[in-house]
Design a protein around this ligand. Structure first.
Ligand code: FAD
Length: 477
């Protein structure tokens, strides 16, 4: 692009960027429930900010009395109506967020379900403790993470269910039960990964690990080399504490080039006074730069070049596990009126990674989707939850699309998503239920063999279907 044109394009984009900030400041929330993607929404009966257990008891009584449904919301980062339902009472759990106990000797924490991972990190950092499994960011609530059975970046840890000892659950009848692998055990695999359909998780006992110092090391490679590199250098290497990879979406190296970042155990021990937790800086600048890659091909090229420089400059950085588990995220906030950012995630067997990426490239190009970002994590097999996504050792590919919000845009995305899910299924993989409801019920059943039993048990354990959301409405037979 010529220089005056380039400057003009940047100025135009900068004006739109400033306008989007103003819109964000003035958008009212009202009684319409939605999520960060703003793709679906519903007029709900009311949103109750939960502060105490008695708030939940009263809300459940009110719902039963008035024949209303209950939906539960945490940080609302799921993207398919998992947190709302038309005319339901929505329990907003974010203020139900106390840390109840830290057991240093046994490395466990008991925490209310509306607390975020950030709250947990703040509480445990002074004791030299760290979280075993959480998402790649710390903004999510414990209840939302348990209900999605989230996974993280530690290649030795499976999904969150592995680290949950027990939790208290308020059922549809208002009774509170303790649930663990040995007590009321039938509820354990249903509630974890159960998207709020079996009751309200009140608090949970979660296993922690020791905090430690890690060294950040990033290297570049071709996509086809990654599975072998990973198997030889990361998967069985106890020195790797955390790992994440990023694929290029820039036109010149589209899905061909990638960077792998490993956080390797450093020789220096954790100091007696553990390092302070870092906060996100220069958010608006990063947001501006990331926004460029949403806009067009040259923006993606600029963004990929800048990312390469950042990887190079951060190589060799020593930081604590807690700080490595606080990557920047605020810059992703996006409030454009006509467009939205959407996440999707596919779980692909390690040896099927390359064919999946080839097929993905064809679908993205063929359907004209704007793929902005793609990152890769690793999840060892775990089938403990009824709706388990990683039935075999898998790479988890997180795709971020920027897309129109109008009905034509949504249909286009729906078709392409169904193609991507088919591609994943052909490769014996699956997809994550926490995002849009585009996959068909047949695709859900193919990816989740436990789905039939999940929906049957829902009807048995909550016969009046008190707990309800759009996910259930779309997929329950
Ligand atoms: C930018 C971004 C990055 C992400 N990265 C990852 C990642 O690295 N790994 C990963 O696994 N996932 C990731 N996710 C997905 C995320 O883990 C899930 O969407 C998770 O559910 C979000 O937590 P939340 O607090 O926003 O939950 P919400 O979206 O508010 O709720 C999710 C579900 O939990 C239920 N729920 C909430 N609280 C309770 C409760 N107290 N009791 C019972 N049910 C409850 C809700 O009803 C809903 O069905 C990411 C999402 C985004 C947007």
């Amino acid at each position: 692009m010529k220089k005056p044109l380039l400057i003009g394009a940047i100025l135009l984009y900068a004006t739109a960027f400033a306008a989007s900030l103003a819109i964000r400041a003035s958008t009212p929330e009202g009684q319409t429930a939605s999520d960060v993607s703003r793709l679906m929404s519903a007029r709900v009966h009311e949103v109750i900010p939960v502060r105490s257990t008695s708030d939940i008891v009263k809300a459940l009584e009110k719902a039963r009395r008035n024949n209303l449904k209950i939906a539960i919301s945490g940080a609302r980062h799921s993207q398919g109506g998992q947190t709302f339902y038309p005319d339901a009472i929505v329990l907003d759990m974010k203020k139900y967020n106390r840390i109840l106990n830290i057991d240093r000797a046994n490395r466990t924490i008991r925490v209310q379900s509306g607390a975020t991972w950030d709250d947990v990190q703040e509480a445990i950092n002074p004791y030299g403790l760290a979280i075993r499994v959480m998402q790649s960011s710390n903004i999510f609530t414990i209840g939302g993470s348990i209900s999605a059975n989230a996974h993280g970046r530690d290649p030795r840890e499976g999904p969150l269910i592995d680290t949950i000892d027990s939790f208290r659950l308020m059922r549809a009848d208002g009774n509170v039960i303790q649930v663990s692998r040995t007590e009321n055990a039938e509820w354990f695999p249903l509630v974890i990964g159960g998207y709020g359909l079996f009751g309200v998780v009140l608090d949970a006992d979660i296993r922690l690990t020791a905090d430690e110092m890690l060294e950040e090391r990033t290297l570049k490679m071709g996509v086809e080399r990654f599975p072998e590199y990973f198997a030889e250098n990361v998967r069985d290497n106890p020195a790797v504490g955390l790992t994440i990879a990023r694929l290029s979406t820039a036109p010149a190296s589209f899905l061909k080039e990638m960077y792998v970042t490993n956080y390797v155990k450093a020789t220096a021990p954790l100091p007696d006074n553990p390092p302070k937790l870092k906060e996100e800086r220069a958010v608006e600048l990063t947001k501006f730069l990331f926004g460029l890659s949403r806009k067009c091909d040259w923006g993606k090229n600029v963004s990929w070049t800048l990312q390469k420089r950042i990887f190079a400059s951060e190589n060799g950085t020593i930081l604590s596990r807690n700080n490595a588990m606080r990557p920047e995220i605020e810059f992703l906030e996006y409030r454009d009126v006509q467009r939205t950012d959407l996440l999707q995630e596919y779980f692909i067997l390690v040896n099927r990674f390359v064919p999946f990426i080839e097929g993905l490239g064809k679908i993205v190009r063929g359907s004209g989707l704007n793929l902005v970002n793609i990152t890769v994590r690793y999840v060892p097999a775990n089938t403990d939850a009824t709706l388990s996504y990683a039935k075999e050792d898998s790479f988890a590919l997180v795709l971020l699309f920027n897309h129109r919000r109008d009905s034509r845009g949504i249909s286009q995305l729906e078709r392409a998503t169904q193609d991507m899910v088919d591609l994943a299924l052909q490769q014996r993989g699956s997809y994550y239920l926490t995002y849009q409801l585009f996959p068909t019920p047949e695709q859900l059943n193919a990816a989740y063999p436990g789905a039939e039993s999940f929906f049957q048990l829902k009807k048995k354990l909550d016969p009046d279907l008190l707990f309800m959301n759009e996910f259930y409405a779309r997929y329950a037979p």
